[in-house]
Design a protein around this ligand. Structure first.
Ligand code: FAD
Length: 292
């Protein structure tokens, strides 16, 4: 089932993102996470790829289990950095064999610590090229990434939106956003994207800040701003882990409620493999499906 068909206007599409365990940890560790997410009945679960050393095989195997064991819809992330066409073909064949119908097609980032990465080492320089390649060969539902505050490498938001439009033109059926902590960025971006002719569904990435130490790296990696209310939470509770956790969940819930009031088409929760946090957020915001 292609995920885009879920954006039918009957309510927001709710999804959870998880990541494969680090290579030294048994892959089965992820099933504890999924056990905790299953009865929230998210519309789909997405599984990251590459970041932290995960392999395409791990991502696809976890997606296979999400579909066959948990009877949930899965979306595999896939990055084309350093990939040959053969490598992409093999990964897409593995997805088909695992019953994975949906892929989040990404460029990816160069290996950590490198500053002068040679992008010509792979067959695809940007996600739009990967998307066009996949769309031309496979009957897969394709999503792409969007950045409400602009991608860190973009000169400005207009340029970034221009390239996102290119990904949609190449075959992306819906967009999943980068995390953001100030909904005003999302609304501003949504307005601009609409005016630029991007009409596909967009699901908003929400990341609950549970630990103030995570933030420095997130800001650096994702180029997102910390608005004053969140900065105040961190300065008040940052050194008290339980209070910080509670305040971080509350903040994410307030973001979600505001987005729902403003007709967001989807909420994509970055769970950080913490099902209890997802459960609290689903419960506090009413995202939990009726009857669950
Ligand atoms: P692109 O769309 O190629 O954009 C990258 C930069 O190039 C942008 O600045 C863009 O404006 C510009 N650009 C785009 N197209 C062109 C073009 N044709 N010509 C010139 N410039 C262009 N990373 C992982 O490693 N694994 C994951 O699982 C993962 N999951 C993610 C999930 C989400 C929802 C998001 C938002 C990001 C995720 N990432 C992941 C991070 C992502 O790989 C990085 O943000 C990466 O730097 C950009 O990927 P992209 O697909 O947006 O690239």
């Amino acid at each position: 089932m292609r995920i885009v068909s879920l954006f039918s206007g009957r309510g927001p599409v709710v999804s959870c993102e998880i990541f494969p365990p680090r290579p030294e940890v048994e892959i089965s560790a992820i099933f504890d996470t999924l056990d905790g997410i299953r009865d929230l009945a998210p519309d789909f679960v997405s599984v990251t790829y590459g970041a932290g050393g995960g392999t395409a095989a791990n991502t696809i195997e976890i997606c296979r289990r999400i579909i066959s064991h948990y009877q949930l819809t899965a979306m595999a992330h896939f990055t084309c950095v350093g990939q040959s066409r053969d490598g992409v073909d093999r990964a897409m064949e593995a997805m088909a064999a695992a019953g994975v119908d949906n892929v989040l097609a990404l460029r990816g980032d160069p290996p950590q610590g490198t500053t002068d990465h040679d992008w010509s080492g792979g067959a695809f320089a940007h996600a739009n090229q990967l998307i066009a390649y996949i769309a031309g060969r496979r009957q897969l539902g394709i999503a792409a990434a969007a950045y409400p505050e602009g991608h860190v490498q973009s000169r400005n938001l207009d340029e970034d939106i221009y390239h996102i439009r290119g990904k949609v033109a190449a075959g992306a059926e819906f967009l999943v956003t980068q995390l953001f902590f100030d909904n005003r960025f999302f609304y501003h971006w949504r307005e601009k994207a609409m005016r630029a002719g991007i009409s596909c569904p967009v699901t908003a990435g929400i990341f609950p800040v549970l630990d103030s130490r995570q933030l420095g790296r997130i800001v650096q990696l994702c180029g997102v701003q910390i608005p004053r209310p969140l900065a105040e939470i961190i300065s008040r509770y940052g050194h008290r882990s339980q209070d910080m956790r509670r305040a971080g969940i509350d903040y994410a819930c307030r973001q979600i409620v505001d987005l729902l009031e403003n007709q967001v088409e989807g909420i994509h929760l970055y769970t950080m493999n913490k099902p209890q946090v997802a459960r609290e957020i689903f419960s506090q915001t009413g995202l939990r499906k009726p009857g669950v």
